[in-house]
Ligand binder design. Sequence first.
Ligand code: DHB
Ligand code: FE
Length: 308
Amino acid sequence: MDSRINQTKLIATEDDVTPTVLAAMEDTSDPRLKEIVTALVRHLHAFIREVRPTEAEYEKGLQILNTIGQQTDDAHNEAVLFCDVLGASTLIDLINNDGMQGETMSALLGPFYRGSAPECSFGETIARSETPGDPLILSGRVVDVNGQPIAGATLDVWQASPDGLYENQDKDQADFNLRGKFTTDSDGRYLIRTVKPAGYPVPTHTTTGDLLRAQNRTPMRPAHVHFIVSAPDCKTLVTQIFADTQDAMVNDVVFGAKDQIAGNLRLHEAPLDEYPQDQAPFYTCVYDFVLKPGVPSFPEPPIKGKVS
Ligand code: DHB
Ligand code: FE
């Protein structure tokens, strides 16, 4: 039946709106676009019917949408932040990465991935300027789901300074401080020198912060280091390794913490034979990343650079 026949009748009541709008979209050429937008209309209208917003509330909602765009610039991504605190990013992450083949669990990308980090040699430090915090040596292997090491895998790593800011948020940190790209050796091993991460608050000076305050929620994330691990013919892994208490992990404001990606940090109060040039005290964390077969793909960086 030609759906446009439905539109010969003008909208008269609340109940007419959804079928009329869906009928108007009937000729969408791209089937996936049609599925997405018609589902959006059905759920949006159902949401509106449930909440029955006043006109003032609708105005406020539209203002919030506009501020999310206005507050986004090269060094800040409000849309990512907003969707992260609503749990949408973690839900989408788990729908697309269920861990069922034995691969390492993923975690949300977050708004602070810059891309184009400098290439680092095996064991190089990513602390590029004076950075507080205890030294941390991260090491392990990148392997496939059969446990075979993957030589030449790439680990793109980034973390906040223990004083709570990513370098792009902080004029006092060197460009690309605590960011770097490492490659596994012929045994699939990687070695990264950095500082022990600390928990930090997500940015709270924008719309998302207003929401968190209204909800009496903590803005804190548990301490973690971000990784994008990739290799040819493997699904790219976007994840985070956590270095915090169970309590901090349970209360992650963006719901990214998972048991399987909790790192096991060990404090060394005396030098280790393995790392003769590293002065104690320092921490080590050994973690093996497991990649499953797939086609590599890389997220668009949510930000481009530093605050000016
Ligand atoms: C991270 C920070 C955020 O503000 C967010 O929304 C998600 C993740 C992070 O740095 O890990
Ligand atoms: Fe982070």
